[in-house]
Design a protein around this ligand. Structure first.
Ligand SMILES: NC(=O)c1ccc[n+]([C@@H]2O[C@H](COP(=O)([O-])OP(=O)(O)OC[C@H]3O[C@@H](n4cnc5c(N)ncnc54)[C@H](O)[C@@H]3O)[C@@H](O)[C@H]2O)c1
Length: 337
């Protein structure tokens, strides 16, 4: 494979995927409207600024790059509370616009699509472990856009005129860290997820609060599956390189879902301990009840990724923390803050 379209390739995950492709000699062609992506992340890359729903722009991209062999669709709005406040905006951006993008990809003969989905669509399970056949029951408008799109994509591959369309959906768990070469990372210096709060507590001396301490986990705190974003990016490379084996052009079912996590659950308290070890300092840790919308969480069964993609995660939480901190320092200096 020589060239791949990446929507949302100026964002956190898409830019890391683009770097991982470049490292393997595959040229990424980035399409991003920069609503959240950063121009700095695409400075030295083939880049089109615009909307995934812009059919004329897709025509131009494929006219200028007829050798694009696959599309990785990362572009989306991703903030859960915002999706609760503005559901129509989220359904339009993540569902309606993706449908327009699929129309363009089909018209332009781009038959391989890798879709960014999310572990947040899984229904809670008694032991928090989920495989690809576990029930889904998204609990926010954001997560529902992902669950809906998965259904749309599956139906699409079964429709008339889409006999050549094939889709691999990657369900991401909780990405942490940054590109180990620090080309790109998170746009926000103070992200709202647990690791972001830990970094903030460490850098300001403020307390870190474990929200929710009575979940049915080994220590009562919520559980997640923190996958290094570079490992996640490499899963995309594997999915692209093995695409035709995973979903053959003449396969009866041309839609495939694959979990991308570490296979290990980490509770919030365990994350705190791992963070303290990584930075060599103790934090002021407090406890509180769960916030509205909090969930017990889940972690991935990753046998499918191992078998189909020949992929497995290579980096642990300590590396995720170290790369997140190194990126944050570099990015803050670049932003001049
Ligand atoms: N970050 C996570 O924890 C996580 C977890 C699971 C799944 N995902 C999924 O991974 C994908 C990438 O997430 P991310 O964390 O990199 O977010 P991000 O916001 O950094 O990246 C999304 C990118 O898409 C672009 N974009 C949004 N709408 C667009 C549109 N209509 N046209 C063109 N570009 C548009 C934004 O400018 C941004 O650069 C998303 O689909 C997200 O749902 C993320």
């Amino acid at each position: 494979m020589k060239k791949v379209l990446i929507t949302g390739g100026a964002g956190f995950i898409g830019s890391t995927v683009a770097s991982a492709l470049l490292d393997r000699g595959i040229t990424p062609v980035v399409l991003d409207d920069l609503s959240k992506g950063r121009a700095e992340f695409v400075e030295d890359r083939i880049f089109y600024r615009g909307d995934v729903a812009d059919a004329a722009l897709l025509d131009r991209i494929f006219a200028e790059h007829p050798d694009i062999e696959a599309a990785v669709h990362c572009a989306a709005k991703i903030v859960v509370p915002e999706s609760v406040a503005k559901p129509l905006y989220y359904y339009r951006e993540n569902v309606a616009k993706t449908i327009d993008l699929l129309d363009s990809l089909q018209r332009l003969g781009c038959t391989r699509v890798v879709f960014s989905s999310s572990a947040s669509i899984y229904a809670p399970t008694p032991d928090a472990r989920v495989d690809e056949s576990s029930p889904v029951d998204a609990n926010s408008p954001y997560a529902r856009t992902k669950q809906m799109m998965e259904q749309v994509l599956q139906d699409w591959t079964r429709g008339e005129g889409a006999e050549h369309q094939r889709v691999i959906t990657l369900r991401y768990f909780n990405p942490i860290g940054a590109d180990p070469r620090l080309r790109t990372g998170l746009q926000d210096l103070n992200p709202s997820h647990a690791l972001g709060k830990l970094i903030e507590a460490h850098s300001t001396g403020a307390p870190f609060t474990v929200t929710g301490v009575e979940w049915a986990t080994r220590d009562g705190s919520g559980i997640r599956d923190y996958v290094h974003v570079q490992d996640l990016a490499e899963a995309h490379v594997a999915a692209l390189l093995r695409f035709d084996e995973v979903v053959a052009p003449d396969a009866a079912d041309r839609y495939r879902v694959i979990n991308v996590g570490t296979g290990d659950g980490t509770t919030v308290r365990e994350l705190v301990t791992a963070f303290e070890q990584a930075v060599g300092a103790e934090l002021d840790v407090r406890e509180a009840g769960p916030r509205p919308g909090d969930v017990i969480g889940c972690y991935a069964a990753v046998d499918t990724a191992r078998e189909l993609l020949g992929w497995q995660p290579r980096r642990g939480i300590a590396e995720g923390v170290a790369d997140a901190l190194a990126w944050r320092a570099k990015w803050a200096a670049r932003l001049g803050v």
